[in-house]
Design a protein around this ligand. Structure first.
Ligand code: DGI
Ligand code: FE
Ligand code: FE
Length: 197
């Protein structure tokens, strides 16, 4: 789908503020795709649609999760998590996006998951560091993202978990899986780099 048509479809679903965020995620995702040899067109499309379901009624998102094969335990956790799987479903069924890689990048943009694809990592990180984000720690993640995708992602996930815990909010288990998987992979990468010396 062309960028202009995708943006038009998404704009109708979002507030002005959220649309500006989406543009920031799109521009950042393209830069990250160039930097880390990802697919720029897929990064652009996934970024444009990543928050497509953000303002859908909770009941609608809940219905999608419970009837379309998404994990039912999502319903026991913060409703903020629901727009990611619901967005993947609606991007496919309303906007006709059929690339499974793009749909998974939308689906996992809030929790991440163990074994994330390059595209999934790019979208998660772009969502976290786009220029409109101003929370504590974001500048450090931006700097790490200049050179190391996994390390930047780990820092972003860690910050998210710490932020939720500080507020005594629940953390969805898949978010912990994302964190543990990245720690494991980064350790293995370091070990292999050591061996090659
Ligand atoms: O939609 P955005 O605001 O652009 O960003 P997002 O989709 O990454 O996150 C939306 C919200 O979801 C954010 O305020 C924090 C929350 N969140 C992220 N991971 C978890 C979570 N909430 C819970 N309860 N558990 C999580 O693991
Ligand atoms: Fe989101
Ligand atoms: Fe977002």
């Amino acid at each position: 789908m062309e960028r202009e048509r995708a943006l038009k479809l998404v704009k109708e679903q979002l507030t002005e503020h959220r649309y500006i965020h989406t543009i920031g995620v799109m521009e950042t995702a393209i830069i990250l795709a160039q930097r880390f040899c990802g697919n720029e067109k897929k990064a652009e499309l996934a970024a444009i649609f990543h928050d497509y379901a953000k303002f859908r009624p909770k009941e609608e998102m809940k219905e999608i999760i419970l009837t379309q094969g998404f994990p039912e335990d999502l319903i026991e956790f913060n409703a903020e998590l629901w727009h990611a799987p619901a967005g993947a479903y609606l991007a496919k069924n309303e906007a006709g996006i059929d690339d499974p890689e793009v749909l998974d990048a939308i689906r996992y943009h809030t929790s991440g998951r163990a074994g994330m694809s390059l595209l999934e990592k790019i979208i998660y990180l772009a969502d976290y560091i786009e220029p409109g984000r101003h929370f504590p720690g974001v500048e450090e993640v931006r700097e790490v993202a200049e050179r190391d995708l996994d390390e930047a992602l780990l820092q972003a996930v860690q910050n998210t978990i710490l932020f939720l815990m500080k507020k005594k909010q629940s953390v969805y288990p898949e978010t912990f899986n994302t964190y543990n998987d990245l720690v494991k992979n980064i350790k293995e990468q370091a070990k292999n780099a050591e061996k090659e010396k």
